[in-house]
Ligand binder design. Structure first.
Ligand code: NAD
Ligand code: UD1
Length: 341
């Protein structure tokens, strides 16, 4: 059985669906600090079976141990964490405590129960401002500009040191690029709090009439139209990468493992590319204005995903049109997200 920390969140719920389709058994562990039980119910609807879950915090070692005692857990997909960049600058201790200390508690528990397989959610943010693109996994990491990014970098280092000390661990780090989109059913999707920081949820809210105008943060970057370029990846493709990572860890080829993979499409799209595609699928005009650059933003960030294809047998299948279409479908069906949250 796989323990899914943070399984009620945006990427977690989509991963539950893909795991269920591949016939894996799992149990969700989430404190619902940024999600709701309703999201779990929606997953149950999609997969047509109950989802087993326990409410708890990854920093609560006693509760974690109870869960490991109760279920026979042989691997962990570790999504749980706080992820808002701006908030992390204002609340660094909360972010390091939740993300770093929480991960340490989880790893202690795994060690105690001889559960040695883990897939960890990292981020392309660990590359900081890359010298060139596409980004390969061997690029230097650590030039992070906010506590959120630094917490991801620190956890990667902790996992590496743990592996050096105990190479019976099998560790896969997935560095996500920009997850967007939603399950095609429109039952589950991204449900940001307040004013969205990220581009796709902001555009969706403008299209649905919840916000008036999108601010485009700078049009003087060295990119094809001057606006920032990113590697947007459909969340269902991203979810599938976790299924492939688990398959890989379960394969008998390796007795120990420490690997890092970029999870992106390999294509970079600008802010204006996304706006145009979204307008096409939604048949809505997206009013926007050009404003100054956002602090901490880089011009271009997109992956070379060849390693994940070669080793995990994983490749993104969905394009920008699919991503916009599914984001829009989710937004229209759930203008206020999960109401319960
Ligand atoms: P999310 O906030 O939707 O999901 C995270 C889940 O973890 C939530 O359900 C939350 O309630 C839970 N959680 C948080 N702290 C917890 C704790 N201490 N104990 C138990 N549960 C806790 O975020 P997401 O977008 O699904 O992201 C999942 C992971 O992927 C995170 O680690 C995030 O940093 C990472 N990531 C996300 C993105 C992105 O753009 N969404 C990009 C790169 C990496
Ligand atoms: C942001 C985070 C990053 C995190 C990633 C994935 C920052 C500085 N970085 O990255 O740490 O890993 O999300 O969740 O917050 N844009 C606009 N107007 C908007 C919103 C965004 O023009 O209202 C532009 C940005 O300048 C960027 C692009 O859209 O060029 C994508 O932005 P966003 O969705 O926030 O993702 P990242 O900046 O890649």
């Amino acid at each position: 059985m796989i323990l899914i920390t943070g399984g009620a969140g945006y990427i977690g719920t989509h991963t539950l669906v893909e795991l269920a389709m591949a016939n894996y058994d799992f149990i969700v562990y989430d404190n619902f600090s940024n999600s709701s039980e309703e999201a779990i119910e929606r997953v149950s609807k999609i997969i047509d079976r109950d989802v087993v879950y326990e409410k708890g915090d990854i920093r609560d070692l006693q509760k974690l141990e109870e869960v490991f005692e109760k279920y026979s857990i042989d691997s962990v997909i570790h999504f749980a964490g706080l992820k808002a960049v701006g908030e992390s600058v204002r609340k660094p201790l909360e972010y390091y405590d939740n993300n770093v200390v929480g991960t340490i508690r989880l790893l202690e528990c795994m060690k105690k129960f001889e559960c040695k397989k883990i897939v960890f959610s990292s981020s392309a943010t660990v590359y900081g401002d890359p010298k060139t693109t596409p980004i390969v996994e061997s690029f230097s990491v650590g030039g992070t500009t906010n506590p959120y990014g630094t917490s991801k970098y620190m956890i990667e280092r902790i996992l590496n040191d743990l592996y050096i000390a105990d190479n019976s661990f099998k560790i896969v780090i997935l560095r996500y690029f920009n997850p967007v989109g939603a399950h095609k059913s429109g039952y589950i999707g991204e449900d940001p709090n307040g004013i969205p920081n990220n581009l796709m949820p902001f555009i969706s809210q403008v299209a649905v009439g919840k916000r008036e105008c999108l601010s485009v943060f700078g049009n003087d970057y060295d990119t094809h139209d001057g606006t920032g370029v990113r590697d947007y990846i459909h969340v269902v493709d991203l979810a599938d990468a976790h299924v492939k990572a688990i398959e890989y860890l379960n394969s008998h080829k390796f007795s120990s493992e420490f690997s890092v993979f970029n999870i992106g499409t390999g294509h970079g799209y600008s802010v204006l590319d996304v706006i145009k595609t979204f307008e096409k699928v939604s048949e809505k005009k997206i009013p926007y204005k050009i404003t100054s650059r956002r602090e901490g933003d880089v011009a271009k960030c997109y992956a070379d995903p060849a390693l994940a294809e070669r080793i995990l047998g994983w490749k993104a299948r969905k394009n920008l049109l699919d991503m916009c279409k599914d984001s829009w479908n989710w937004q229209v069906k759930n203008p206020d997200g999960y109401k319960e949250k």
